[in-house]
Design a protein around this ligand. Structure first.
Ligand SMILES: Nc1ncnc2c1ncn2[C@@H]1O[C@H](COP(=O)(O)OP(=O)(O)OP(=O)(O)O)[C@@H](O)[C@H]1O
Ligand SMILES: [Mg+2]
Length: 517
């Protein structure tokens, strides 16, 4: 079998395919049924062949499909059988409410259930063999080990199936082929749109935006009579595509669970559905906490909008308003905005290093000359003056002169008696600030007490904290969001609080972690 990466001539190709076919048949004879016995025992521990046959009957796989898999030495597990059965069902299923266009089947929800194996096995062992000349696109995000993962998959699934694999393309003797495509970003994914494929497999579909997914769907079309194009997706919650995918597949599935014949199906599966996975992989998943645990271990689509501050709990972190004792160190932070919100927070720290964000000023379309008097009034309500503030921190933008302005915003504040100091905004500080705030929120699972509280009157901050999401392009960071034209949403309150909380890059976490008793 040729697995080299060179391009082959057609003649050479045919010879290689014939040799590969002979080799595979020989190997299959050598292994015989005993190879299948081992797999059945592994996939159906305790139940063996009987349990396997029952699972096949429950999933409703056609006999010729199962024969193909067994001849190829592939034993599918129950959720994989269900996927395979639906892949046959959509050959002629009708559209139901909410469905149009190309049939789509998704599988997953969590890491490790054998999604990649199932999608690839159905495409390569069933679809490509039952229909000659099929052209399949197998698309996945480029990763460090992308090439190796494909080779592992080809090795695991096609061990006994004649094929020739050269880099980027897998060919079968009947002329069917699987083209392996990679993308790094949306633009690269869109390179595959506009072409024609009889079948498209999208790995980790939630790494694509709705726009890219839609464009790829348009490319699943055929001129071959008797073949209905389709899309198979593997997915995990979280990622740029989370919201659209949940709506399109998960919500649709919940609504139409009982309908046996339709063209859009989602099969929920977790690592517990895969007996082939090694125990260490399962162990790694068990070690996850918070949002990641709910998403990747449990396949819970509700987690996500991917809340960043999953430790944030209203009942724990929001306290009644109060006037902090005057001896507590007090300071302010500001996220400047004119059309967006101009946010100011007041913070105070007690002797134990616990911080309270105790006042908030949120204004739109206000000039510094209007903001400063209001800031003075707010401070007086808390028995303080501008001069008593330890510092006022704000983002870099206040130090820039914009447009025709003669003075920067900071200079205008200075003229009004408020000296502004730059917040920490250099490269990496967004992530550092987010980590710092997570740490300050504490972690009940690890018995770490909160070191930061927000008083009830800081309405915008309280509203913002739970809706902040992971940035799909940099999950360590918080996704930036702008407010709408009515001023709803937006992350200005978060930026403002972050400027106030991350004041020292060298020792961002307040010393001395207090544990629960
Ligand atoms: N039916 C099967 N027969 C043999 N091995 C299988 C089977 N199903 C899954 N496996 C093996 O289990 C492991 C995990 O499967 P796979 O990579 O398909 O999972 P996944 O759901 O795609 O995981 P991830 O979320 O990490 O992408 C692989 O080593 C795969 O070969
Ligand atoms: Mg996978």
């Amino acid at each position: 079998m040729n697995t080299g990466h060179k391009t082959l001539s057609v003649k050479q190709n045919t010879r290689d395919i014939q040799t590969a076919a002979l080799a595979a048949a020989w190997m299959a004879r050598l292994r015989g049924k005993s190879g299948l016995d081992v797999k059945v025992a592994r996939a159906y521990p305790g139940g063996g062949w009987a349990a396997y046959r029952i699972a096949v009957a429950a999933a409703g796989n056609p006999a010729d499909q199962i024969e193909r898999f067994e001849a190829a030495g592939v034993i599918l597990q129950p959720k994989q059988l269900e996927f395979a059965a639906w892949a046959r069902r959509v050959d002629d299923a009708p559209h139901i409410e909410g469905e149009t266009g190309t049939p789509e089947i998704g599988m997953g929800g969590a890491k490790g259930p054998g999604k990649s194996f199932a999608l690839f096995a159905v495409a390569a062992v069933d679809d490509c063999q039952r229909f000659a000349g099929l052209k399949v696109l197998y698309l996945r995000k480029t990763g460090k080990r992308a090439q190796e993962q494909i080779e592992d998959l080809v090795g695991a699934v096609l061990d006994q199936v004649p094929h020739v694999y050269t880099k980027g393309r897998l060919r079968f003797p009947n002329g069917s082929q699987i083209i392996i495509g990679h993308f790094n970003n949306e633009k690269e994914a869109l390179n595959y749109a506009g072409l024609e494929y009889d079948e498209i497999i999208i790995e980790e579909a939630t790494t694509l935006t709705e726009k890219a997914h839609k464009a790829l769907r348009q490319s699943a079309r055929t001129s071959k009579e008797g073949w209905r194009p389709r899309i198979y997706n593997s997915t995990n919650p979280l990622g740029v595509g989370h919201k659209f995918y949940k709506k399109r597949f998960i919500d649709h599935e919940r609504k139409h669970k009982a309908v046996e014949d339709r063209t859009r199906k989602f099969i929920f599966a977790t690592v517990d559905d895969n007996n082939f996975v090694n125990p260490d992989y399962r162990g790694n998943l068990d070690e996850l906490t918070g949002v990641e645990k709910r998403a990747y271990r449990d396949g819970d689509w509700e987690v996500s909008a991917g809340a960043y501050f999953d430790a944030w709990m209203y009942d724990l972190h929001v306290t009644d308003s109060f006037v902090p004792p005057r001896q507590w160190e007090t300071w302010a932070s500001m996220d400047y905005g004119f059309n967006h919100w101009n946010m100011i927070h007041l913070h105070a720290q007690n002797g134990d290093g616990v911080i309270y964000t105790f006042a908030e000023l949120a204004l739109r379309k206000h000039y510094p000359a209007e903001v400063v008097p209001l800031l003075r009034v707010m401070l007086s309500l808390y028995e303080r003056t501008v001069g008593e503030l330890r510092e006022v921190r704000a983002g870099n933008d206040v130090f820039n002169k914009t447009g025709a302005a003669e003075k920067s915003v900071a200079e205008q504040y200075r003229a009004l008696g408020v000296e502004i100091k730059p917040a920490i905004t250099d490269a990496g500080s967004r992530v550092l600030g987010a980590h710092h705030m997570s740490a300050l929120l504490g972690n009940p699972e690890r018995a770490i007490l909160p070191r930061w509280f927000v008083t009830r009157n800081c309405a915008r901050l309280i509203e913002t904290m739970p809706v902040l999401e992971h940035d799909p392009h940099n999950p360590e960071d918080v996704l930036k969001i702008d407010c709408d034209e009515h001023g709803e949403g937006g992350d200005d309150a978060y930026d403002c609080a972050r400027y106030g909380l991350l004041r020292d890059k060298k020792k961002p976490i307040t010393a001395g972690v207090v544990k629960y008793a």
